[in-house]
Design a protein around this ligand. Structure first.
Ligand code: ASP
Length: 443
């Protein structure tokens, strides 16, 4: 059962990029005493063109592995932390830590170790500034031999450890391997640490503080000032994330989802904004529920189309077709089919180096009457739990796209009733997205 007196809060790199940002973070954390477990990222960019500490640490590792001195980059990292410490007026010195890290990286420590030190050092500073305990993630977040999070061991040991600390800072992004060496999640992985911590302490809420006020209903580079999504389900988020809408690391969903803990995306620079709530089950739909939750899309798809008389009664046609793709390790995205036609949509880049072999093998295996391949397609996902109860959604969608003079190349409603996928030619992509947004959200 989630504990209503515990929140886990994670702050991204831009939220902790300098002393001024640290002050905002402290105001947020200390204004609510249920914000008990804090997960920091490493200092991110302070301005366009600035360097992230994590990138500089990877650069140190790269220099060391070529036998070069790391001083020029390492000194810049130390300066970043030292200026945060002095501007916050902390009585803290990281000199010993810097020396150990310098020696380890120069002495051949791995890239994971190097990269993880960004969060580690930031965690020490933040714990000192907040007056919270520091709990090293290497002691309580565990990975298996094959470098996957060992969820159950971590959940138990981390839960037991954090029960000993009323307030604690746990650095994001890393844990340890069975041999004790440090390992990181993939880039952006502090989001996962936050989720793992929220589960271990059975938090009522996982707040993920970043530099945007939640998920937007559409890409702001295409739609001007899109609205923020107030509530989104894990399922909807998965569909939108697959199509390229990113704010949160994809793997961050699983730990909290297991325990039904909602995630609230919040903006450190605009703490009064409610942000986006990510929930397992949306509150009961009301008349104000929007028909669609979000629109996302990507370019760069190809479609292989096949036609064959009596295809529908030919046993094994689809299997043989997909086998060819599997043999070339090419995943397929969609498989719309008619009575005597079948199309496979794949990412164009997956076909690099194997396109003509695939086409040839499909001809041999499936013996189609006609086969062709066309590049330059874009996919658009229109996602919304409100679609189920709104008859006519598909008609409105297609009418809006047609009215913009755009030809829809494929439609796939899949088996979920809250996602319609359209394919259009790449040059129509932006116009189609705008037309859909205007129809369902606002002109
Ligand atoms: N600092 C790491 C990165 O830049 C992890 C994170 O910020 O979540 O990828």
């Amino acid at each position: 059962m989630p504990n209503q007196y515990i929140k886990t809060v994670k702050f991204g790199g831009s939220s902790l990029a300098d002393a001024a940002q640290f002050k905002k973070v402290a105001d947020i954390v200390l204004s609510d005493k249920t914000r008990r477990y804090v997960v920091p990222s490493a200092p991110g960019r302070r301005f366009d063109g600035d360097e992230k500490v994590t990138d500089m640490l990877y650069a140190c590792h790269a220099l060391a592995s070529k036998g070069k001195k790391i001083d020029s980059v390492f000194d810049k990292i130390c300066d970043r932390y030292n200026s945060i410490i002095s501007e916050l007026g902390l009585d803290l010195s990281l000199a010993d830590e810097f020396k150990t890290i310098y020696d380890n990286i120069s002495g051949g420590a791995g890239d994971s170790y190097a990269a993880s030190r960004g969060e580690y050092l930031n965690g020490i500073i933040l714990a000192s500034y907040l007056g919270f305990d520091f709990v090293d993630a290497a002691q309580c977040i565990f990975f298996t031999e094959n470098k996957q999070l060992d969820s159950e061991k971590t959940n138990k040991i981390l839960g037991e450890e954090l029960a000993k600390h009323e307030y604690a800072v746990i650095p994001g992004f890393y844990g340890s391997m069975p041999d004790g060496s440090v390992i990181t999640f993939s880039r952006g992985g502090s989001d996962i640490t936050g989720s793992v911590v929220a589960r271990a302490v059975q938090a009522e809420l996982y707040e993920n503080w970043t530099d945007v006020s939640g998920f937007l209903m559409a890409d702001p580079r295409i739609v001007k000032n899109p609205e923020t999504i107030d509530v989104i389900t894990y399922h909807e988020l998965r569909e939108l994330a697959y199509m390229g809408a990113t704010v949160l690391h994809e793997d961050a969903i699983f730990p909290v989802r297991l325990s039904g803990i909602p995630i609230n995306i919040r903006n450190t620079n605009r703490p009064d904004d409610a942000g986006t709530m990510i929930v397992a089950k949306a509150p009961k739909e009301s008349s104000t529920t929007k028909v669609i939750t979000g629109i996302a899309g990507r370019k760069g798809f190809s479609v292989i189309s096949l036609e064959k008389d009596m295809m529908n009664s030919e046993i094994g046609f689809g299997r043989r077709l997909l086998n060819v793709l599997e043999n070339h390790s090419v995943p397929f995205e969609h498989l719309p089919s008619g009575i005597d036609t079948m199309s496979v949509i794949v990412s164009t880049h997956e076909l690099e180096g194997c396109r003509s072999n695939i086409m040839h093998e499909i001809c041999v295996e499936c013996n189609p009457d006609r086969i062709d391949i066309e590049d330059g397609l874009a996919l658009i996902a229109v996602v919304g739990r409100g679609m189920v109860q709104s008859p006519g959604t598909a008609a409105r969608l297609f009418t809006a796209v047609a009215a913009a003079g755009i030809n829809i190349r494929m439609i796939d409603q899949g088996s979920s009733e809250f996602n319609i996928i359209l394919s259009v030619e790449e040059h129509d992509f932006e116009a189609a997205l705008k037309a859909i947004y205007a129809e369902f959200v606002k002109q």
